[in-house]
Design a protein around this ligand. Sequence first.
Ligand code: DHB
Ligand code: FE
Length: 277
Amino acid sequence: MAKIIGGLTTSHVPAIGGAMARGVQNEPYWKPFFDGYLPVHKWLDEVKPDVAVVFYNDHGLNFFLDKMPTFAVGAAPEYHNADEGWGIPTLAPAKGNLDLSWHLIQHLVDREFDIVTCQEMLIDHAVSLPLKLFWPNGCPVTIVPICINTVQFPLPSAKRCYALGKAVGEAIASWDSDKKVVVIGTGGLSHQLDGERAGFINKPFDLKFMDSLVNDPEWATKYSIHELVEKTGTQGVELLMWLATRAAVPGAVRKVHANYHIPISNTAAGLMALEAV
Ligand code: DHB
Ligand code: FE
């Protein structure tokens, strides 16, 4: 059976792509952010996952307001990245893992998750940038992207995203394969890009949330979506991806590394690597 080696969570601010393209990772603004990934590179070199299941939120690129699935699972042979207009370079397509996609889809439907299955799916900065941050020299893993709606209300609750993550973890563990799987969650942490509270950041909440993922993973499920928006900002609610990721890694975890840096763009940038024990 497949093995879940752990979870990786990171912010996905589009400006990261521009910084990588310009090669300014060592400039004072960017260094505390990019340095955070070095211990994760070391860990990935040791554990060498074959496949990544990626919880992310689309930003209006593949799904728009006319058709907005709550949960969507990719089942495509490859996932093309498309520039959304942020001026970031268009990164190479990511290779899909069809066998795991269909196994996951079957398991999730059996567990009564009414998902949308996508045999064509464009990915945006929420998938392409984390893959580039974790594997700057080229992505060695095939992927299964799982999209959670954080764009158009109503959003799925934290409790529901946790349950989805748990079911995804069960599905991976029952996949008849000798592959090593890492679960990735991208988004957050606290940020609000628009409106009266633009620039809103809540460091105490972010740190408490990161802490909870190690030993008390269900902690954030006690909050409603409106409470999470209040505490973390309208886009901070992307932390649902981190919650689903942690839920997918069964049992106890060892914190390999964490980094938290304010600000990148308008965002509290966070990173965690958790190893399944
Ligand atoms: C920013 C952050 C995001 O999560 C995103 O999707 C777009 C922009 C930002 O901070 O600029
Ligand atoms: Fe985002």
